[in-house]
Write a protein that binds this ligand. Structure first.
Ligand code: BG6
Length: 485
């Protein structure tokens, strides 16, 4: 019995950055982990005039880079034998005939169409697939972000894809949901009775979600300048993390039970619009500075960024969820490029003790905290107060740590997990259409208010933690960002 069903994974955009850097290396790793049977295939598709061999050489180079050491030659030879390539220009009808030939006689296999292309091509690809009868009952389509740039464009994409695939066949990917710590957050919340009574207003003082990157726009200026941090990171990754953290316990781990609960959070987000946007959001843009001691240029000097661009490379937000569980608990979200550290973490700070009987350090230091780190390392730490050894009753914060990186078993990269979930037909970690819609509905008014108030983003030096206004946003509530404490 094979670990997975036989599948054909047809990867559109196979020569693009995401495919080469993440998707194909992830598939190779899953192949090595024996998740492919002997007849499953990965079929790279792009509009480049490559032959199979040429494509395989490119993939080999990228897999070698991602392994960062010796590539298992035997494993590579076996993987390459299950790798194919077809040139398809999505706008050329005849090209789908060639693809059809490749898939002939394989109607029983699970068929995954992974669209790692510009969303502008989604419609032509889906229409081509339908017209040439390539969509079998066992077919699935995976949509990579950006899924639109506002509510209207996202709805249009959803509508057009829905004309070809049913909702159960559509996998809207957000790779943050595939990260190990996010899985562990669910395990922690719904596999233990311990936290549930504490997971609410009155017990939790505030929550911080930070996704900080040291990298800049990395040759993606054209895309990034049209997008900005709010749409590139908050609309999807940060809101999804917020949903997993804040959602009610679902009735089961079935996809729709989980997604129903996430949707309720998205719908309960207090709208940020008008003056609130000025008070509760900070937009920033990096200027020249240094990352790890090396000088780096500012956003406006990056190749491809138009002069005077006001696109934000940093955003911080104070968010509230209007529900019985969360009313009054602030959630601070923050993400940016060219920040001081490459790090993603969720920090849950619990309430103070109601009455202090010890001569303890400052209350700020004394607060219990649960820190869930997604990267660079994956771990969960609970900060408690304990007595220091020796005479007297002096307390100090100590960490209870849960190190998630086991020596015996390497954690799966997010894409490894998600790709195999698609093959298995598990939609739990993928966004449903109404979730996407709700996320955009909350994001759009923020951008509109930014435009209306026409304030340029605040600058910050590359290598810092963002504009000073970001610290001010949280310190107005008598708090500080986790790294500032
Ligand atoms: C992508 C964004 O979705 O996520 C990028 O488009 C960002 O701008 C990336 O760099 C971050 O992902 P990760 O997994 O490296 O944190």
């Amino acid at each position: 019995m094979p670990a997975q069903p036989t599948f054909d994974l047809v990867l559109f955009g196979a020569t693009g950055d995401l495919a080469m850097r993440k998707l194909l290396p992830a598939l190779f790793q899953r192949f090595v982990a024996k998740q492919f049977d002997d007849v499953s295939r990965v079929i790279g598709v792009s509009n480049m005039d490559y032959g199979r061999e040429q494509f395989a050489t490119l993939v080999e180079e990228s897999v070698r880079r991602s392994v960062g050491g010796e590539l298992d030659a035997q494993a590579w030879i076996r993987f390459a034998a299950q790798l194919d390539y077809v040139k398809v220009d999505a706008r050329v009808d005849d090209d789908f005939v060639t693809l059809k030939r490749q898939l002939q006689g394989r109607g029983d296999a699970v068929r995954v169409f992974f669209l790692s292309t510009s969303p502008l091509l989604f419609v032509s690809i889906c229409t081509g697939l339908a017209k040439h009868d390539l969509v079998t009952p066992k077919s699935r389509v995976v949509l990579e972000k950006p899924l639109g740039h506002d509510v209207a464009s996202a709805q249009l994409i959803n509508q057009q894809v829905a004309a070809v695939f049913s909702e159960e066949q559509i996998y809207r990917i957000d790779h943050y949901l595939g990260k190990e710590t996010v899985q562990n957050l669910m395990a922690l919340r719904f596999g233990n009775a311990l936290f549930e009574p504490l997971w609410r207003r009155g017990q939790i003082r505030n929550v911080q979600i930070t996704v900080a990157e040291e990298i800049g726009v990395e040759g993606r200026a054209q895309f990034y300048d049209q997008t900005g941090a709010l749409r590139d990171m908050v609309q999807n990754h940060l809101l999804q993390l917020l949903c997993i953290l804040a959602m009610e316990p679902p009735a089961s781990s079935k996809p729709d039970d989980m997604r129903d609960e996430k949707l309720k959070i998205l719908r309960a987000l207090r709208p940020l619009a008008g003056k609130d946007v000025i008070e509760r959001t900070v937009r920033g843009q990096y200027k020249a500075g240094a990352i790890s001691g090396k000088p780096v240029i500012g956003y406006l000097e990056e190749t491809g960024v138009p002069a005077g661009s006001t696109t934000e490379t940093f955003v911080a937000l104070k968010v509230e969820i209007d529900s019985w569980r969360w009313s009054g608990v602030p959630f601070y979200l923050r993400t940016g490029k060219r920040l001081q550290d490459q790090l993603a973490e969720i920090v849950v700070t619990f309430e103070d003790v109601p009455h202090v009987i010890f001569d303890s350090p400052s209350m700020e230091r004394a607060r219990n905290r649960l820190v869930m780190r997604l990267q660079p390392d994956e771990d969960i730490t609970l900060t408690l107060l304990a007595k220091t050894p020796g005479e007297g009753m002096r307390l100090k914060p100590v960490n209870l740590g849960l190190d998630l990186s086991t020596k015996q078993q390497k954690n799966l990269d997010a894409y490894e997990r998600l790709l195999m979930d698609v093959v298995k037909g598990n939609l739990t970690l993928f966004m449903r259409r109404d979730e996407l819609d709700a996320a955009w509905r909350w994001i759009d008014p923020i951008r509109e208010s930014w435009l209306q108030y026409d304030e340029p983003p605040k600058t910050y030096t590359a290598g810092s933690w963002g504009p000073a206004a970001s610290s001010a946003l949280i310190s107005r509530d008598g708090l500080g960002w986790h790294d500032e404490l």
